[in-house]
Design a protein around this ligand. Structure first.
Ligand SMILES: C[S@@+](CC[C@H](N)C(=O)[O-])C[C@H]1O[C@@H](n2cnc3c(N)ncnc32)[C@H](O)[C@@H]1O
Length: 259
């Protein structure tokens, strides 16, 4: 077994992240560059260092998980969500509150965007969004809810004014939005999923997965959705032949179940 194979096994034992499910070339390149930056040339030595150095391990996890996000990422799709997907979903749900899950929420921009958007349809007190990620540090940042102005460029102005406090050069999300989000750590490739979810956003995470991991994920997402539930994916993550996984396309990037 080559050293990288052993490294992947060791990492899985140490932190429970299975790197076999991530696209090999891309992941190996990322890890090698970080390893070299830390002054190591050899995977065995690097692993020994990660095992004994908590800061280095945290940096490694951070580097792996790629947390880039922003509010209303790909705004045209959020507009379709608002104008076409949500009204239909709410109608089919007899106007009852929806169960919503942001399934790789990173530092919180996506679940908070969902709460703000849903506030156009419901009282804030009736909105609940589950937000999860594999990366606990990202979740901690999400709970803090402090963002640079850059993260807000695509967010509708009205939301920026209404739901943020300016703190120095940063923007802090108000508690009335924050309180409607429940954070949890869920590894999409390993952990059980919640059920009966009406809207799942699973965006800009599948691109890192192998085809095998994606298939596993589609199946889990299918079972997690309610009867009329909708899956919203990232702008490079269209499902090829969705029918194979019992999904049908409602709009590009939006899928529902073939029941
Ligand atoms: C690029 S961010 C996407 C954030 C947000 N969904 C968006 O579209 O802006 C990718 C996130 O996926 C998370 N991630 C990677 N592998 C994961 C896994 N196996 N389970 C859950 N989350 C994972 C990372 O920690 C990271 O926060």
């Amino acid at each position: 077994m080559d050293k990288y194979e052993i490294f992947k096994k060791n990492i899985n034992n140490l932190i429970g992240i299975n790197l076999d499910y991530y696209k090999e070339k891309q992941m190996k390149r990322r890890i090698t560059s970080l390893m070299n930056r830390n002054g190591f040339e050899d995977f065995d030595e690097y692993f020994m260092a990660l095992k004994s150095n908590k800061d280095m391990l945290e940096q490694f996890i951070n580097h792996l998980t790629i947390n880039v996000s922003e509010f209303y990422r790909n705004p045209a799709q959020w507009s379709i969500l608002e104008k076409e997907i949500l009204p239909e979903l709410i109608r089919k749900n007899d106007n009852k509150p929806l169960k919503v899950w942001s399934a790789a929420c990173s530092t919180g921009e996506e679940p908070y965007s969902l709460v703000m958007l849903l506030s156009k349809f419901y009282d804030l007190k009736d909105i609940k969004v589950l937000a999860s990620d594999i990366d606990e540090e990202a979740i901690e940042k999400a709970k803090l809810g402090i963002y640079s102005e850059k993260a807000l460029v695509n967010l509708p102005k009205e939301f920026k004014i209404k739901y943020f406090d300016k703190v120095g050069n940063s923007f802090k999300i108000k508690d009335i939005i924050k309180n409607q989000v429940i954070f949890d750590r869920i590894d999409l490739l390993k952990d059980p999923f919640p059920i009966n979810i009406d809207l799942i956003t699973c965006r800009n995470v599948m691109i890192y997965f192998t085809d095998e991991a994606k298939e596993l994920l589609y199946d889990k997402l299918y079972r997690s959705l309610s009867k009329n539930g909708v899956l919203f994916v990232g702008s490079t993550e269209q499902i090829i032949l969705p029918e194979r996984y019992n999904f049908k396309t409602i709009k590009t990037f939006f899928y529902t179940k073939i029941n």
